[in-house]
Design a protein around this ligand. Structure first.
Ligand code: NOJ
Ligand code: NOJ
Length: 418
């Protein structure tokens, strides 16, 4: 594969983009689910991922939203129809969680929309933020397509005391963001950079959206809280570290993350920081985090040691021991984190464009190179991606055909595309 000419490599990447969209749709149309549910993976055991996680679903929708503008009109119609089903499903799920143990922070639901009640890491407060963000972006598209009445009826009621779907999530975030919750990896209850960043992104979008809906009272409230989160991001610049810390203020759960190096910082940046001064001002803290993570995986995973010319396969965080089915101590690289690294460097490249063309090109080249891993480790023929790929031999590991793996490729590809 390394012998591929640049031209072939970019054709392969484009083709993989199309097949990733198709593979997402295969999961979305799974015959055993309620329409609108988004299974994390079709895998029902070892591991059981045959359920709907609010986070995964939100991220998948955000990726489809990124794909939307450059899609054919036919595909746009399909995407809108799917989004409407997802929104209807989330409206039900949100209602259900109101009376559930962790309220809107409930992270996981069965494919019929009922809440998962067995012991699980809860609450996970990134969920409502990602859901609201994607819902507002779809709402804009629906409004542009003549469905404002539907948006006002189903998604956002601007009446002062009225709670409705989007507003309920935004109100929850505006009130709850200072509180700790479980992290993106569902292991630790603490204060997380990723969660804060997506809460900020949702409240920013919420400020504009509420205004557009004529709800000034809410818009002002969201704006104020967004500003407070923004000011508080400095708490992740921990003394003695020259990189962004993934979490601070441990409360409960697993406390094995000693370094607090975490690729969720890259995912957070990609989702919500490239238009924020915090990233521009603290660029070296982000780059250092990315480099230190990469160095760790390069030294510790055999597939990296055995082939130093290929892009580094990237895991979640140095202390990770989740194998995809259990905690036996053999965490492997993940597609979503490898793609996050690609997206991060390509976006850093775009940021550099105005200042330094050569640096910009080098960053983009570095980002694009990570896709060598995707093409090498995908299942040939079906182009399927699991959750992880083995640190020893690159074979597919963990939940098969993980919806989020494809979604993360879409956004990374769009950030890196020639
Ligand atoms: C485990 C991941 O850590 C979490 O982020 C994800 O939501 C679930 N798997 C489902 O894909
Ligand atoms: C399953 C979670 O989804 C995964 O992210 C986590 O690492 C393990 N549980 C820890 O037990």
């Amino acid at each position: 594969m390394l012998a591929l000419q640049a031209q072939d490599f970019s054709t392969e990447l484009r083709n993989f983009y199309n097949s990733s969209l198709e593979n997402i749709f295969v999961n979305l149309k799974h015959p055993e689910i309620k329409p609108g549910a988004i299974i994390a993976s079709p895998s029902k055991k070892d591991p059981d991922y045959f359920s709907h996680w609010t986070r995964d679903a939100g991220l998948v929708e955000l990726a489809l939203l990124e794909a939307y503008p450059s899609s054919t009109l036919d595909l746009q119609i399909q995407l809108r129809a799917q989004a409407e089903q997802w929104l209807n499903f989330e409206i039900e799920v949100q209602k259900t969680s109101l009376t559930a143990f962790a309220g809107l922070g409930e992270p996981r639901f069965y494919v019929d929309g009922t809440v998962v009640t067995f012991p699980w890491a809860r609450p996970q407060d990134d969920g409502p933020a990602l859901r609201a963000l994607a819902a507002m972006k779809w709402a804009e598209i629906f409004i542009a397509n003549g469905k404002e009445a539907w948006v006002r009826e189903k998604l956002y009621n601007s009446g002062l005391s009225e709670e409705s779907f989007i507003k309920r999530d935004l109100n929850y975030i505006a009130k709850r963001w200072p509180e700790p919750s479980y992290d993106i990896w569902e292991e630790t209850n603490a204060t997380h950079f990723f969660t804060r960043v997506v809460q900020l992104a949702a409240l920013k979008q919420g400020t504009l959206f509420a205004k557009q809906m004529g709800d000034t009272e809410a818009a002002n409230r969201y704006q104020l809280q967004a500003e407070l989160i923004r000011k508080d991001l400095n708490v992740f610049l921990v003394q003695g570290r020259d990189y962004i810390s993934g979490s601070i203020n441990y409360v409960a759960g697993w406390d094995h993350k000693v370094t607090q190096l975490d690729t969720s910082v890259m995912i957070a940046a990609n989702l919500g920081l490239f238009d924020e001064e915090f990233l521009v001002k603290n660029k070296s803290y982000f780059i250092n985090a990315a480099q230190k993570l990469e160095e760790f995986f390069a030294k510790n995973y055999s597939i990296n040691l055995n082939n130093p010319y290929l892009a580094t396969a990237i895991g979640r965080f140095p202390e990770d021991v989740y194998s995809g089915t259990g905690n036996a101590g053999f965490a492997s690289p993940w597609f979503i984190t490898t793609h996050a690294m690609a997206e991060f460097y390509c976006k850093m490249g775009k940021l550099a464009t105005y200042k330094n063309k050569r640096e910009a090109a080098a960053l983009k080249e570095k980002g694009t190179k990570y896709f060598e891993r995707t093409l090498l480790h995908r299942e040939l023929g079906t182009n399927m991606l699991s959750e992880q790929y083995s640190r020893n031999d690159g074979s597919l590991v963990g939940a098969k055909s993980l919806t989020w793996s494809y979604a993360s490729y879409l956004t990374a590809y769009l950030a890196c595309e020639p």
